[in-house]
Design a protein around this ligand. Structure first.
Ligand code: GLN
Length: 486
């Protein structure tokens, strides 16, 4: 889609302003019912589009993403624009600087339409934990778009943005991509700068793109990746690589691993059928399917749900009513009230944070406390190392690993929100990539009928560290084959 739009821009068939207006109009008309956006950046989008049009008028070459309208998850900072991360505690927070990914997008003049809804501080799998609004799945308004980057996914699926950025700590790009029939990429840990991304769990978080095709995702990814002096965890190099140039359509000889643990008898039979169909298609394309084992994968969810809250409890300590956003008891005369500072801390956090965030802060604080640190946190770190080792061994035999992205299609509002454990179980296939730090992509592999609804299903490929080329190439070959098969 991006390539065609770019073509229309350079041939003068359309203008960047017309494109921005078209998408802004669609947001105005549809978003009342979808609820993807928290903030629409109309003026910003239009003034960027004007700059692109001036460049075109002067005959300058523009980047393929220039003037193409996209959206950002609300935990990614844009200077001067409200950034709530879906939380009441940041209701009045205006970001003071651009995230590195935003700086990069601005430099090449990608149009930014606005900020999208999300689970509070990216904690959740349905976007229901947002303090602001529900986001509906564009395929069925009774169902969730997935989460935590549900707003970004819904925006692209509802044609309210061409591309979008999300963040993925345990599946928050891949799972909503699967639920909304999109492609979503979680890059290798350290591939994309986290500077200006509000931290959830710093050893797991990565920013990545959503798009309607693998090529679109490759185009956006290429333009946000690379080393950043502002984020010491980013890897050296990685600049200027154009991942879209690796999409040859040829995957002959590629070895696709199928972990037997992921295809146990617990897997829903319909989902299994779709996954097997996808594997058949890969074979038709000349890839080799190999059974592998990831023996520690059954510990991935428990390890994730110990380490992630531990990091959350530490990262969210900064929201104390003093440094950012909401402040309760501000009007009290602090000198005359001996407890006033402590009260401000406590009341701000009590009122500003939602239940899921509080739950995780408590779980994390518990796992890190003196008596339990060794039994939980340290143990989980050790198992994390074993999980990573499983992948190292697997990648000696195969190039990529295939599985479903989720155990089923989009679920209904309220279906899992009452039972946190049920919600956590939906992350079973996605958290491992974050624990191991490897890249993973979700792409559509079919549509499942549920009652009157047709719901998309996603397949996931996990790849070797810093080998997004192969992931993208394999997913793209699949997409082409599916398109030609109709
Ligand atoms: N659903 C997972 C969680 O609730 C993943 C969240 C994410 O990737 N940000 O933690």
């Amino acid at each position: 889609m991006i390539r065609e739009l770019h073509q229309k821009l350079v041939t003068g068939e359309t203008t960047a302003t017309a494109l921005a207006e078209e998408y802004l109009r669609r947001i105005e008309e549809n978003d009342g019912s979808i609820g993807a956006y928290l903030t629409v950046m109309r003026e910003d989008a239009l003034s960027n589009a004007r700059l692109v049009d001036e460049q075109l008028k002067r005959g300058e070459t523009i980047d393929i993403l220039a003037g193409i309208p996209g959206a950002l998850k609300d935990n990614i900072c844009v200077a001067g624009v409200r950034a709530t991360a879906g939380s009441k505690i940041l209701d009045n927070y205006i970001a003071p600087y651009d995230a590195t990914v935003v700086e990069k997008l601005r430099a090449l003049r990608g149009t930014i339409l606005g900020k999208t809804n999300m689970d509070e501080f990216a904690m959740g799998s349905s976007t229901e934990s947002s303090a602001y609004q529900k986001t509906k799945n564009p395929f069925d308004g009774e169902r969730v778009p997935g989460g935590s980057s549900g707003g970004s996914a819904a925006a692209v699926a509802a044609l309210e943005a061409v591309w979008a950025l999300g963040s993925d700590t345990g599946g928050s790009i891949r799972q909503p991509a699967a639920f909304c029939g999109l492609v979503g990429l979680k890059p290798t840990y350290g591939r994309v700068s986290r500077y200006g991304l509000m931290a959830m769990a710093s050893s797991l978080d990565q920013i990545g793109p959503f798009g309607t095709s693998v090529e679109d995702v490759a185009i956006v990814f290429s333009r946000i990746a690379g080393h950043d002096t502002m984020d010491a965890t980013t890897a050296e190099g990685g600049f200027g690589k154009r991942f879209e140039e690796y999409l040859t359509g040829d995957i002959r000889g590629v070895k696709i691993g199928v972990p037997k643990e992921y295809f146990s008898e617990n897997l829903d039979s319909q989902v299994r059928d779709f996954a097997n169909e996808a594997l058949k298609r890969f074979q038709e394309l000349g890839a080799e399917v190999v059974e592998i084992s990831l023996p520690h994968s059954r510990y991935a969810l428990p390890v994730y749900y110990i380490l992630m809250p531990a990091e959350v409890s530490s990262n969210l300590a900064r929201f104390d009513g003093i440094k950012y956003g909401l402040r309760i008891n501000d009007d009290k005369d602090s000198l005359s009230q001996t407890n006033s500072l402590l009260e401000t801390y406590l009341d701000t956090r009590r009122i500003g944070f939602g239940n899921e965030v509080k739950r995780r802060i408590m779980l994390g604080t518990y796992a890190l406390s003196a008596g339990y640190y060794d039994a939980y946190y340290r143990k989980a770190q050790k198992v994390r190392a074993l999980i990573r080792k499983d992948f190292e061994e697997a990648f000696e035999k195969v190039d990529v690993i295939f599985s479903p992205t989720t155990p089923g299609p989009a679920f209904r509002f309220g279906e899992k929100s009452e039972d946190p454990l049920e919600m956590y179980l939906s992350d079973i296939y996605t958290v491992t990539a974050n624990l191991a730090g490897i890249p993973a992509i979700s792409f559509p592999i079919g549509t499942m009928k549920e009652g009157s609804a047709s719901l998309p299903l996603g397949g996931q490929l996990q790849g070797k560290w810093f080998d997004e080329e192969t992931l993208l190439r394999v997913a793209d070959a699949y997409e082409r084959k599916t398109a030609s098969a109709g």
